[in-house]
Design a binder for this molecule. Structure first.
Ligand code: FAD
Ligand code: NAI
Length: 489
């Protein structure tokens, strides 16, 4: 047994070392060029964004087939499923990001990257106007593309609720997580300096999360874990005064989950004394109070920290693009067809993936964006073959042309429609418990509890983009388990 364990440990260490070596030692790349060795032109493929959709595409794409350009204001990929764990320090922010530069450098063909924001897309001229986000080196550029993939994601929505932008934090980006942490720690320290019966102290120690979707639920669960598991050790009296509240406009939270799992999560929240306000629509926010409607009743509640998680809205660049195309008439996102092409744009020129799109049956999740990115990588390989054959035909004699034409039609038909394979949904609900709606083939499995939490952890570890991320996240979990979370900013 000892020998077997030793061999297994050595094999494991060898595998980890090999993966880490491979990730940190990229191979030489094929340089970009205007044409292929046979003289055929090489198309320019511009990818907007460095999120789930765009990075899945980049990772699976054969970048030697196109001149690939990535444009994103964020020079890293963010593993959003673990973002709710970061404001309280269960997982460190650096553990869930992967630089675009290293992802691009590991591709077989050279990839150009602009740390810039797309401002405007011109579907007719096939150009995209970009602006650098680097204030010291500002530039605006019109990039020409043959194919554009729009993966700019979405922005948090407030449904026009007054006072939200001014007073609440969102949970979408790294800066949001940092801001929430600063606010929590600030509120705790300020409250500690006040007398126990001071109403300002009670207000500061009220943390409200608005929106009972998975973002709001996971964040509320993490906040309560932090208070009960860590803060309780260092500030026992104060920690008992902290109230974590989750406000949801509908009769229940986590609407995409099975009813039994929803009940399980709600029961756990109540048992763990997370205030669950159902049927409560927040109507207005100022710097100390939220005003909400519950039935006919209007309630006004003081808060110390407020996080807003009520879903997605299209970004400005997507709205501008929609306004240029008559048939783009959905306010929820860019309309795409079954091959992920932007409806109403010149054929084969613009594709859109992930949260910036709206398509019945495709939800704004990482799972969908990831599969769409992988699908496009395969489709672009096929479309490159089509391009090559078209070029061959354009150079061929009449006889040869007639001979090649049927092959071209066959190849064109080989580009299949995108088919989404729903693998299920997972959510962390606190106290080392999770819920899972897992789809295996035609069957659906509903799981909840501590074992599901282990499943949740292993699923997210396996989904991490790089081996480096996997190791860092696993180390963070061990650190939190054995040493607890840090209570400083
Ligand atoms: P994003 O991943 O948001 O990427 C958009 C990219 O575009 C970013 O790099 C951004 O910087 C860039 N960009 C923005 N504006 C511009 C511009 N003008 N020009 C160029 N680039 C631009 N889904 C799940 O399936 N499972 C989960 O557990 C899960 N957990 C989540 C937790 C949180 C806290 C959040 C917020 C979301 C979570 N999601 C989860 C949803 C998931 O993150 C999104 O569905 C997914 O990120 C969508 O991918 P995307 O590529 O469309 O957009
Ligand atoms: P969401 O759209 O899923 O949920 C938002 C919730 O806020 C809704 O339940 C809505 O009823 C509520 N709401 C809206 N306005 C309100 C108001 N004024 N007052 C009170 N409640 C209000 O949004 P979320 O959680 O940000 O998720 C966005 C997307 O990301 C979803 O598609 C989700 O599936 C995905 N996601 C998935 C995760 C997972 O699978 N674990 C984790 C986080 C996000």
């Amino acid at each position: 047994t000892l020998r077997c364990t030793l061999y297994a440990a050595l094999a494991g260490a060898g595998y980890v070392s090999y993966q880490l070596y491979r990730e940190s030692h990229p191979l030489p790349q094929l340089a970009q060029s205007a044409t292929f060795s046979n003289g055929a032109p090489r198309k320019t493929l511009v990818i907007l964004g460095s999120g789930w959709g765009s990075i899945s595409l980049l990772k699976s794409l054969d970048t030697t087939l196109y001149n690939v350009v990535v444009v994103s204001p964020r020079n890293y990929f963010l593993f959003t499923p673990l973002l709710p764990s970061t404001p309280v320090g269960t997982v460190e922010l650096k553990s869930i990001v992967e630089p675009v530069r290293s992802i691009a450098r590991r591709a077989p063909g050279e990839v150009h990257y602009y740390e810039a924001e797309a401002l405007d897309i011109d579907p007719e001229q096939r150009t995209v106007r970009i602006q650098s986000v680097n204030k010291d080196q500002e530039y605006t550029l019109d990039l020409k593309y043959d194919i554009l993939v729009d993966g700019v994601g979405a922005q948090p929505t407030t449904f026009g609720t007054p006072g939200v932008y001014e007073n609440a934090s969102f949970l979408k980006e790294i800066s949001d997580a940092q801001q929430i942490r600063i606010k929590i720690m600030g509120a705790i320290e300020k409250a500690a300096s006040l007398a126990p019966n001071d109403p300002k102290r009670q207000r500061l120690l009220t943390f409200v999360v608005v929106g009972g979707g998975p973002t709001g639920v996971e964040l509320a669960a993490e906040l309560k874990d932090y208070v009960d598991q860590d803060l309780h050790k260092w500030m026992p009296e104060l920690s008992q005064e902290i109230k974590v509240t989750l406000a949801e406009a509908l009769p229940n939270i986590l609407n995409m989950f099975d009813k039994k799992l929803v009940k399980y999560a709600q029961d756990l929240f109540r048992q763990e004394k997370i205030d669950l306000w159902l049927n409560t629509m927040v109507k207005k926010v100022d710097n100390t109070h939220i005003t909400a409607k519950r039935g006919d009743e209007t309630i006004e509640v003081p808060y110390g920290v407020l996080v807003w998680a009520t879903g997605n809205a299209p970004r400005e660049v997507s709205k501008k693009l929609m306004s240029k195309i008559d048939v783009q008439n959905s306010r929820r996102g860019l309309l795409i067809d079954n091959k992920l092409q932007l409806v109403g744009a010149p054929a084969g020129s613009i594709y859109a993936i992930g949260d910036c799109t709206f398509h019945p049956g495709l939800f704004p999740t990482a799972q969908v964006a990831h599969q769409e990115g992988e699908y496009l990588a395969k489709a672009f390989k096929k479309l490159h073959q089509v391009d090559m054959l078209e070029w061959e035909i354009s150079q061929a004699t009449n006889d040869k042309r007639t001979h090649l034409q049927p092959r071209l039609e066959k190849l064109q038909n080989e580009v299949e429609n995108f088919k989404y394979n729903h693998k299920g949904a997972l959510a962390y609900i606190g106290k080392e418990k999770a819920i899972a709606d897992v789809a295996v083939g035609e069957s659906q499995y509903r799981l909840a509890g501590s074992f599901t939490y282990l499943f949740w952890k292993s699923a997210y570890l396996s989904m991490c983009l790089s081996f480096r991320n996997r190791i860092l996240v696993a180390m963070d979990w061990c650190k939190t388990y054995f040493l607890g979370r840090d209570s400083s900013v």
